[in-house]
Ligand binder design. Structure first.
Ligand SMILES: Nc1ncnc2c1ncn2[C@@H]1O[C@H](COP(=O)(O)OP(=O)(O)OP(=O)(O)O)[C@@H](O)[C@H]1O
Ligand SMILES: [Mg+2]
Length: 565
């Protein structure tokens, strides 16, 4: 089985493909709330259904713990670090939902937002690997998985061209610009960025329902407000947190119900403390009261998304130039969302995958077959910059220097290993004080935060640390290994032995080159010597594992360029 895990901020979905059909492993309840509860009295973490039911004094509940991976990797819950929480969560998924399936687990593909840097990616990979005792674990950007998932069940009408993907989840709303070409079986992910969870998301809509609809109705019926710390969610303690969570569950039910019918009737005993709430909510009132929340989405698209689109060529003179707009995420089903998006982005067809909740996980569970064969190539912009530490000119301390490798504009193969810098061992980048040893530090910074003071992130996002290792050569190469989510040092300055073998990554590579050779041969003016060089190296390339792909390309280019001369 190739397992897909859509590790969403608010819900997790699990499944695999069986002879072309998607099998949801969660069963009846469909999705697992991504939340953790810590019970200090038992020094234990609880997840899923059990966590939802816990109502013990002192229990600490954390929703959206996934977001902490990016925002606050030092997050702790009692004695548990974020690493512990993740590992325990995946253990829970394994024991509760995957172990019952008695086949062989061959690979796992997990969704990841593209704005996760190397550290959170690595943290996620390691947690899944440890829990399932499996090394074949892949990370796939959510929008790419969404496209795969969509195309899997719409074989006749596959999306192609320039696509804006809008994913309105429980915790965030993500926007991504993608291009898909079937001719080359290639998906290029140009950009992914998110609007903060506190601006527009499923849970922000729930907050709006609580503040602007439920609380005013409650006050009308009982003459008093739900206490302000609860509605404003400020410094919630013990019982207040319990009530806040409970009221948010009610708010979510109201939001979902009003999406399906033009008015919804509710009779909720013990809505707050002993007081019940009974009301009939017409859809128009829902829309009117939530106007301020919808306005935030509108403003964000009109300003930020358009601006980003303009930079990437997906928008011109204020109009989006797109083939499709793919609208995803549970909360995109909220009443009014579809219309709002259609009003702001006139033109492209708005596509709503059927079976919305499982669209991403369906894509994930196909990735092993589709993506790691040569069938589909996925390239992405990696929205981070790297800074290397070096001695200051007087050698008294270190400063940071931005590496020139342009991750923001280069399309990188998501399985690949990319050389980003060469460090001369005798240079200020080598922080070692002993001769013949190497000490390096490289930090990563989200391009969105590039304006921030460099000192502010120093040491926090350390992605490469080499400490006084013995070294013999004069140069070392630094690699961004996107497949493994690491930054690596290539010790033997020899790309031929790089960890990634191009032939394994692209099994059809050889046949492409053979086709090229045949094509060049067709031209009468071809220089036979150059053609022979290309041919000979191609032979060598196919028979010797250590041959260099870039040399092969050079021979091809020489033969080809001569034709043009
Ligand atoms: N029928 C519905 N109508 C409106 N909202 C819905 C509906 N079904 C689910 N939602 C909302 O969708 C949100 C969850 O969406 P989804 O499962 O896509 O999020 P996620 O993947 O966990 O989060 P994220 O993508 O932010 O990481 C919740 O806020 C939920 O209330
Ligand atoms: Mg999601």
């Amino acid at each position: 089985m190739h397992l897909g895990i859509d590790f969403g901020t608010s819900y997790t979905k699990l499944g695999y493909m069986d002879q072309g059909n998607f099998i949801n492993l969660v069963g009846e309840e469909n999705q697992i709330p991504t939340l953790v509860v810590y019970l200090p009295s038992r020094e234990k973490l609880f997840f899923g259904k059990m966590a939802m039911r816990l109502n013990q004094p002192g229990a600490e509940e954390v929703r959206f713990f996934k977001l902490e991976m990016k925002r606050n990797p030092d997050f702790r819950l009692g004695p548990f670090t974020l690493n512990d929480i993740l590992r325990e969560y995946f253990n829970y998924l394994r024991d509760e939902y995957v172990e019952v399936w008695r086949g062989e687990l061959e690979s796992i593909t997990v969704s990841v937002p593209n704005y996760f840097g190397l550290k959170p990616r690595k943290m996620l990979l390691e947690a899944v690997r440890q829990s399932f005792g499996l090394s074949e674990v892949y990370l796939l950007p959510e929008p790419v998985a969404a496209l795969l998932g969509y195309n899997a069940i719409h074989a006749q009408e596959q999306l192609e061209g320039d696509i804006l993907c809008v994913d309105i989840g429980g915790g965030t709303t993500d926007f991504s610009f993608l291009s898909m070409t079937h001719k080359h079986n290639e998906i290029v992910m140009e950009s992914q960025f998110q609007i903060g969870h506190d601006a527009f998301s499923g849970s922000e809509l729930d907050r709006g329902v609580l503040r602007f609809i439920l609380n005013p109705l409650f006050k009308m019926q009982h003459g008093y407000d739900i206490p302000a710390p609860i509605t404003s969610e400020k410094n919630l303690q013990g019982e207040e947190r319990y009530w806040f969570n409970r009221l948010m569950v009610t708010a979510e039910q109201v939001k979902v119900a009003i999406g399906r019918q033009s008015s919804a009737y509710f009779n909720i005993p013990g809505f707050y403390q002993q007081d019940s709430l009974v009301f009939d909510l017409p859809a128009e009132l829902f829309m009117a009261q939530l106007e301020p929340v919808f306005t935030r989405l509108k403003k964000y698209i009109n300003e930020r998304v358009r601006e980003k689109g303009e930079l990437l060529g997906f928008s011109r003179e204020g109009r989006f130039i797109l083939d499709y707009l793919l609208l995803l995420g549970g909360a995109s089903q909220t009443r009014g969302v579809n219309q709002l998006i259609a009003d702001i982005c006139p033109g492209p067809e708005i596509i709503h995958p059927q079976d919305l909740s499982f669209n991403v996980v369906r894509g994930l569970s196909q990735w092993k077959q589709a993506g790691s064969s040569s069938f589909l190539r996925v390239k992405t912009i990696y929205p981070f910059n790297f800074f290397i530490e070096k001695w200051n000119p007087v050698g008294t301390g270190t400063i940071l220097e931005k590496l020139p490798f342009d991750t923001e504009n280069l399309e990188l193969d998501i399985n690949g290993r990319h050389k980003i810098f060469t460090v001369p061992v005798a240079s200020p980048y080598n922080l070692a004080t002993n001769t013949n040893s190497l000490k390096l530090r490289v930090h990563e910074l989200d391009s969105a935060d590039l304006q921030a003071q460099v000192e502010q992130f120093m040491g926090q996002d350390l992605v490469l640390q080499v400490d006084d290792e013995e070294i013999e050569q004069d140069l070392v190469d630094l690699y961004l290994n996107l497949g493994a989510s690491t930054m690596e040092v290539g010790k033997d300055n020899n790309k031929l032995n790089s960890a990634v073998n191009e032939k394994q990554l692209f099994p059809n590579l050889l046949s492409h080159q053979e086709t090229a050779l045949d094509l060049i041969r067709l031209y009468p003016d071809t220089n036979p010597r150059l053609l022979q060089d290309f041919e000979e190296y191609l032979d060598q390339f196919s028979s010797q594992p250590s041959s260099d792909y870039s040399v092969l390309l050079m021979y091809k280019l020489l033969a080809f360029l001569q034709l043009m001369g």
